[in-house]
Design a protein around this ligand. Structure first.
Ligand code: NAD
Ligand code: WQD
Length: 339
């Protein structure tokens, strides 16, 4: 049985990926410092899969602790590195936190890969590396624009670090550029758990419907899009999780064509903010209190993926619909609020 280390494995995308890894017969070791997650997530994973992954609380910023971890946990066949800070606004006010947590931790992980001869590495990148694209849908060949936020910059620099390390070592890496992950596991045993006021659209919608927030602000309705609101590519988190398992199998079977491969992971379909709102209302039978307000600074107008490369080379395709995702998000929100 192959042993996979999942950093940030109690987080939103990490926890769904751990479930899919266990379903596919991998042995999973999770490290997480619980800065944006809780131990309850472990119970959620166990309730779905019936198997307890190994868990160790570890802060990847502490280099000596990271080294000690790798001395204790030997025979790791691959790493999926989710651990990072991800709040775009916070990265503007506290850039050093982001450069430390997103870059130092990556460097420490790659140093351990070199020391312990671990050659399979999957990295969480983001469509944020594209900025405002020149043409749509976006292929992996699109230029990387100057990052709008320190968070986005950490993802660009991380990809450069991976490229440089892969060029001179045995490391084989896949960077998956996620578009907008939404939804929850269909069992509602795990899902997204934003701390404080959600910054992302779907958790804000579900919290508004649940009565935790008074009103959803829709940021702008006069963009040059069909209904005037921004367009994104919303990908179900379970589809996204499955992409990691497929990418990992590609590395383990040495099917990769270059030492660093990059794939867009989205649905290929653009959906506007107002379409998300109306779809949520339709599939949940909830009336959502929302108001059009000023544009949010830094928002790109329209972003959606060309997924041809992932479809053809990885053999992965998003299977779930926006309806599925919003139904699962609402089921999860109701469960955690005891509604
Ligand atoms: P998340 O915050 O839910 O999960 C990240 C996990 O990493 C958390 O459990 C957190 O406690 C842990 N963590 C953070 N710093 C750590 C450290 N120093 N040591 C150990 N654990 C640490 O975030 P997510 O949405 O699951 O995102 C996972 C990855 O995907 C991140 O790298 C993120 O930047 C990237 N990503 C997310 C999105 C998105 O919209 N959610 C989109 C594109 C890329
Ligand atoms: C989606 C749309 C908002 C909240 C962010 C990061 C990106 C990536 C994914 C990590 C936008 C609108 C939102 C609200 C709204 N993360 N909106 N009212 O901005 O596409 O991407 O998460 O890599 O890097 O920037 O996602 O969910 O914040 O917004 O109208 O209360 O919803 O303007 O058009 P975004 P989001």
């Amino acid at each position: 049985m192959k042993k996979i280390l999942v950093t940030g494995g109690l987080g939103y995308i990490g926890s769904h990926t751990v479930v899919e890894l266990q379903h596919s017969g991998f042995e999973v070791v999770i490290v997480d410092n619980l800065s944006n997650s809780s131990l309850d997530v472990l119970e959620g994973i166990i309730s779905i899969t019936g198997k307890a992954p190994t868990f160790e609380k570890l802060d990847l910023r502490v280099k000596s602790d990271v080294s000690a971890f790798f001395k204790k946990h030997t025979n790791i066949d691959g790493i999926i590195h989710f651990a990072a800070s991800k709040a775009v606004g916070e990265s503007v006010t506290n850039p050093l936190l982001y450069y430390e947590n997103n870059l130092n931790t990556l460097v420490y992980m790659l140093q351990e890969c070199e020391t312990h001869k671990i050659s399979n590495f999957i990295f969480s990148s983001s469509c944020t590396v594209y900025g405002e694209p020149d043409s749509l849908p976006i292929t992996e060949k699109a230029p990387i624009k100057k990052a709008i936020s320190p968070y986005g910059n950490t993802k660009q620099i991380s990809e450069e670090i991976l490229f440089d390390v892969c060029s001179v070592s045995e490391l084989k890496a896949i960077a998956l550029r996620y578009f907008n992950p939404i939804g929850a596991h269909e069992t509602a045993s795990i899902g997204e758990l934003p701390i404080g006021v959600p910054q992302n659209l779907v958790p804000f919608i579900t919290q508004t419907a649940a009565g935790l927030r008074n009103q959803l602000s829709v940021f702008g309705d006069d963009y040059p899009t069909p209904d005037g609101s921004c367009i994104r590519d919303y990908i179900h988190v379970v589809d996204l999780a499955k992409a990691h398992v497929i990418a990992l199998k590609r590395l383990l079977s040495e099917k990769n064509e270059t030492n660093l491969e990059v794939f867009n992971i989205g649905t290929g379909k653009g959906t506007s903010v107002l379409e998300v709102v109306s779809t949520f209302e339709k599939v949940t039978d909830q009336k959502l209190n929302y108001k059009i307000v000023e544009k949010r600074p830094g928002d790109v107008i329209s972003v959606y993926a060309d997924t041809t490369k992932a479809n053809e080379i990885l053999g992965w395709k998003a299977e779930k619909s926006l309806d599925d995702a919003l139904i699962s998000s609402w089921k999860w929100e109701k469960k955690i609020r005891n509604l």
